[in-house]
Design a protein around this ligand. Sequence first.
Ligand code: ADP
Ligand code: ADP
Length: 226
Amino acid sequence: MNAIEIRGLTKTYSNGVEALKGIDLTVQQGDFYALLGPNGAGKSTTIGILSSLVTKSSGSVSVFGHSIDNALEQAKSCIGLVPQEFNFNQFETLLQIVVNQAGYYGVPRKEALQRAEKYLTQLELWEKRNHRARELSGGMKRRLMIARALMHEPQMLILDEPTAGVDIEIRRGMWDFLREINQQGKTIILTTHYLEEAELLCRNIGIINKGQIVANTSMKDLLATL
Ligand code: ADP
Ligand code: ADP
């Protein structure tokens, strides 16, 4: 079974912009996959459709075998999304933010607290658990969103430009963490417009431009052609 299967996916926004013009994309279970492309290529739209924040115009999308047309809840529960913008309540504490997230997925409170300790500790945020999110540095906010995305223990993590605006030292820490959870079996997809980041981390890569996939290959083969 594939983590993601996208066939003939199109998206035309209400203003007439054709953000996706019929893309096909397969991501295998356990993969570390980069979706690379310039600004405006359609990366966020693709991720938005996968995580059901954006409705598709046509085509099919399956997540771990669950079609978003008829098994949306199952598809959603397989995905932990780390969006580009900070979208948590800045006045809540870190602990509130991650525990509430688990609540949305029906995780019992005791279990949610155990997971909160586990993931906030892994992301070096446990000591800050009773601080309000607004007090965190940018790098910490980014890590908070990763911890939050893990709280329902999804099979796959999708990160939209995870290291945008994050300085190099913090970026390395995030890379190490992502590598580690990938080695433990989690499928990871990230979007980036830095080939260097994709090259460092990812096994396979899709290159998207103007709403079309222009290459879909292993990182090894891509680098051999450059
Ligand atoms: P990327 O993530 O690769 O930068 P996006 O998926 O954000 O690309 O954007 C693809 C295209 O769709 C761009 O031309 C962008 O301006 C347009 N677009 C994105 N979101 C919207 C929206 N909500 N309404 C209208 N157009 C949009
Ligand atoms: P700053 O306040 O300078 O932005 P942070 O407080 O965000 O820095 O980061 C604190 C420490 O956590 C840094 O030493 C960094 O290397 C480390 N770190 C960053 N990201 C991770 C991560 N994902 N996992 C583990 N450690 C990390």
